[in-house]
Design a protein around this ligand. Structure first.
Ligand SMILES: [Zn+2]
Length: 255
């Protein structure tokens, strides 16, 4: 069994009731659904409350930094106290598409790191074309973040993988690690107890479905690719990632 540690189940491209019904058949023990704004964070919590094996992570995505209100942050803080909310995310910095609001992105990121500190929750980090700033901010907050967190959809180099691990963070791989041109050469250098797998559904389908709508069940293709690279038995690798996911997201219950 596997855990999809990062999916956007409320995305309109996915049929979440069907996906949740098929979870066991698809070899999925749990799915963690991720919020990106106040509204879908609230809806994620509701989905988690209504489905035992779904957990929620709530947060405000850097893309929305220009439009965030105090009310949005209050909503995230209120949701953070819910039983089925296991982390704050996805939060971080994205300078790939948005370069003109760096200050606002950094403020939004820090405001939400404060919520994570206050509620002892791990964070789920999005970083794109912004790894140095992301690293500096997480380094500043790491001593106060009791459960640290996860570098979601990791696509930086081996040096940064080591640096985030040294800060106490976990590294989560999505479908893009299966792509032909992805650098997988450093996977063997990572501590096995720091690796998570995810789909980021409906985005980033692994090979051979690259470019199509992604589903949580596809997490096994990513896990298989990494297990092959590590020359590890598939099932042992899956079990290891499941253990890691429960270790970082401590509020998630096994049954
Ligand atoms: Zn995501």
């Amino acid at each position: 069994m596997l855990i999809d540690s990062h999916a956007h189940l409320l995305n309109e491209e996915l049929n979440s009731p069907q996906l949740i019904r098929d979870m066991k058949k698809d070899g999925l023990e749990k799915i963690i659904t991720i919020g990106t704004d106040a509204k879908n964070s609230q809806a994620s919590v509701l989905l988690a409350k209504n489905n035992k094996d779904i957990y929620a992570i709530v947060g405000l995505y850097p893309e929305y930094a220009d439009d965030i209100t105090e009310e949005d942050l209050k909503t995230i803080e209120r949701l953070a106290a819910e039983d089925k909310v296991i982390g704050i995310g996805e939060i971080g910095l994205d300078y790939h598409v948005f370069q003109n609001n760096k200050e606002k992105q950094i403020k939004l990121f820090k405001d939400q790191l404060e919520i994570a500190v206050k509620y002892d929750l791990p964070v789920c980090i999005h970083t794109r074309s912004a790894v140095q700033d992301t690293y500096e901010i997480l380094k500043e907050y790491a001593p106060r973040l009791k459960n640290k967190g996860v570098m979601h959809c990791f696509s930086e180099n081996r040096e940064y993988a080591q640096k985030f691990i040294e800060l106490g963070f976990y590294i989560s791989f999505s479908g893009n690690i299966t792509f032909k041109k992805s650098d997988r050469s450093f996977l063997k250098e990572l501590p096995l107890d720091k690796i998570l797998v995810e789909t980021d559904s409906p985005h980033l389908s692994p090979e051979p479905y690259r470019g199509q709508v992604n589903f949580p069940a596809n997490v096994r293709l990513t896990a298989q690719k990494i297990a092959d690279e590590l020359e590890m038995d598939f099932e042992s690798f899956c079990n290891q990632t499941v253990e890691n996911t429960y270790r970082v997201y401590k509020k998630m219950k096994r049954d």
